[in-house]
Write a protein that binds this ligand. Structure first.
Ligand SMILES: [Zn+2]
Length: 457
C-alpha cells in the first residue's frame, strides 16, 4: 500500500502543496492516535510509519525512537553546512485527545474533506501543523535546500498526557537528536482582525500546571443521626466553595502588556485591561470566550474538577478527596501556590491535607530574538500590514521541555481568516474540530519561508 502512496506523492512533486498537506492530514486523523493518558494508548507508531514513508527518499535523515511499545516519535533532519549556525526545530505532536462521535456532525476519525475543510480530531490540535511541517520538510529537501544552519522536524508522541513518552523522553535521553536553538510548535497564529490590520499572536510562554489533591477528614458515624456530626463531605463542600470564590490578584505581566499594546485596541478598552483595579470589571464587557482567555493570561487559576467521597448511603463519610487543577503564571513557585491555597481556604486550611502530585512550572522565552524577527518578516508576506504580538498560552505544550534546554520556543502556525478566534477556542479538545485547506497552504508556505530565512541557503 505504501509503495502506491509514495508513487502518488512522487507524481505530485512540484504539485500543489495544499493537496499534499490535505492528504497527509487526512491520514494522520484516520490513524486515530488517541491518547487517554494510559501508556497502552496513543499508538503513535502508526503515524511514525506514515510520516517515514512520506519523507523517505526525499533526502532527509530519518530516525525513530520508541521508549514504550507503540509510543513512537520521528526525527527528520537536513544537516546544515556550518556547524556554528543555528538549528531550527519544527515540532508537531501526532497524538490526539479522545472524541465523542455522538456529538460530532461528521466522523471524528474519518478525515473527510467537506466544503474545503478537513474534519477530524486533531485538525487544529495539531495534526494540521504536524502535516504541513512534514510537507515543507519534504519540499525543501527535494528542492535541494542546503542551508548553513540545521533544520530538524520532530513528530512527537504523547503531548496530550505530559509528554512522558514523547518530548520529555527525547529531551532527557536523546538530547543530541533534538537539540535546537529555536523551536516552533503549537499553537498561535490565528489572525485577529483589528482596525490597525491583522495581528498574529505568537505563543512565547505558557502557564504552569500545579495539580493538587486535597484530603478532607471527618469523623464517621451513622447516617441516621447527623446532628452536629463532623461530616467530611460537608466540610469539603465549603472547601470547594471557598476555592471557587477565591480571587487571586491580577498580574499584569510583560507578555500581557505587550500583547495588549500590540493588538492596538482603542485606548478606552486597553487602559482598564492594564490595571489590576479595573481588570475584572473590564472583562464583563467582553465576549465570554475572550474574557476567559484574558482572565487566564493574567491570573493564577483554580478549578476544582474531581471529588471522591463517601462509601455508603447510611454512613457519614470520614474522608473526601478533591482534585484541583491550578494553572500558574511565569515565576510562580509551588510555595507561592500553596500560600494562595491557604489564603483561599482561610480557617479551613487546617482541616485539609495537601498532596501536590504534579508541578510543571510555567515557562517563557524572551520576546526579542532572531526567531521573533524572522516570524515578523515572513508573516508580513502572507498578511500585508500584519504584525505579530506575543501571547501566553494558558494550556501546556511540549515547548516547555525545550525552553528548559535553553531553546527559544514559540507556538505558532498560520491560518486563514475563514475561522475566527472564537471558533478555534471551542474546537481545541471540543467537538467538530476542522481546519480549512487554505490554512494548510499558508502554514506549509510559512515553514518553508521561515526555514530559508532563519537558516540561510
Ligand atoms: Zn496540541
Amino acid at each position: 500500500m505504501w509503495m502506491e502512496r509514495r508513487f502518488a506523492y512522487a507524481a505530485r512533486v512540484n504539485d500543489d502543496a495544499t493537496a499534499e498537506a490535505t492528504d497527509l492530514l487526512q491520514h494522520l486523523i484516520r490513524n486515530a492516535c488517541v491518547n487517554d493518558g494510559d501508556v497502552a494508548s496513543g499508538h503513535e507508531h502508526r503515524s511514525v510509519d506514515l510520516l517515514r514513508s512520506y519523507l523517505e527518499g526525499s533526502g532527509v535523515d530519518l530516525q525513530s525512537y520508541e521508549p514504550a511499545p507503540g509510543r513512537g516519535s520521528l526525527v527528520a533532519r537536513i544537516e546544515g553546512r556550518d556547524p556554528t549556525a543555528p538549528t531550527l526545530l519544527l515540532m508537531g505532536h501526532t497524538d490526539v485527545v479522545p472524541a465523542n462521535a455522538d456529538r460530532w456532525r461528521h466522523d471524528p476519525f474519518g478525515g473527510e474533506v467537506i466544503d474545503g475543510q478537513v474534519w477530524g480530531r486533531g485538525a487544529v490540535d495539531m495534526l494540521n501543523l504536524t502535516a504541513t511541517m512534514a510537507v515543507a520538510m519534504r519540499r525543501l529537501a527535494e528542492s535541494g535546500f542546503s542551508p548553513d544552519g540545521t533544520l530538524v522536524y520532530l513528530a512527537v508522541a504523547d503531548e496530550e498526557a505530559m509528554g512522558t513518552w514523547g518530548a520529555a523522553h527525547l529531551v532527557d535521553h536523546e538530547t543530541d537528536a533534538i537539540r535546537a536553538d529555536y523551536v516552533i510548535t503549537e499553537s498561535g497564529g490565528i489572525p485577529i482582525p483589528t482596525p490597525g490590520g491583522v495581528k498574529l499572536p505568537v505563543m512565547v510562554g505558557e502557564k504552569g500546571c500545579f495539580w493538587v489533591k486535597l484530603r478532607v477528614r471527618g469523623t464517621p458515624g451513622h447516617g441516621s443521626q447527623p446532628w452536629k456530626t463532623d461530616n467530611a463531605l460537608v466540610t469539603a463542600a465549603s472547601v470547594v466553595q471557598r476555592i471557587a470564590e477565591y480571587r487571586p490578584e491580577t498580574q499584569i505581566n510583560e507578555i500581557w502588556r505587550k500583547f495588549l499594546e500590540g493588538v492596538g485596541l482603542p485606548d478606552e478598552m486597553t487602559a482598564p485591561l492594564l490595571s489590576p483595579d479595573s481588570f475584572r470589571d473590564a472583562l464583563d464587557a467582553l465576549p465570554i470566550g475572550m474574557a476567559r482567555q484574558f482572565h487566564a493570561c493574567t491570573h493564577t487559576t483554580f478549578s476544582p474538577n474531581i471529588a471522591h467521597g463517601g462509601s455508603k448511603i447510611n454512613t457519614i463519610p470520614d474522608t473526601v478527596e478533591l482534585e484541583i487543577d491550578i494553572r500558574t503564571l511565569p515565576g510562580q513557585t509551588s510555595e507561592d501556590v500553596e500560600a494562595m491555597l491557604r489564603d483561599a481556604l482561610g480557617d479551613l486550611a487546617d482541616r485539609v491535607e495537601f498532596d501536590a502530585h504534579v508541578h510543571d512550572a510555567s515557562s517563557a522565552s524572551p520576546i526579542e530574538t532572531p526567531l521573533w524577527d524572522s516570524l515578523a518578516r515572513t508573516t508580513s508576506r502572507f498578511y500585508e500590514g500584519s504584525a505579530i504580538v506575543p501571547m501566553l498560552i494558558v494550556g501546556a505544550t511540549d515547548a516547555r521541555f525545550f525552553r528548559r534546554l535553553g531553546a527559544t520556543s514559540y507556538g505558532f502556525g498560520l491560518f486563514s481568516q475563514r475561522l475566527t478566534f472564537e471558533d478555534f477556542a471551542v474546537m481545541f479538545h471540543g467537538d467538530d474540530e476542522r481546519v480549512d485547506q487554505e490554512s494548510l497552504r499558508l502554514s506549509t508556505e510559512l515553514w518553508e519561508a521561515v526555514a530559508r530565512d532563519m537558516l540561510g541557503g
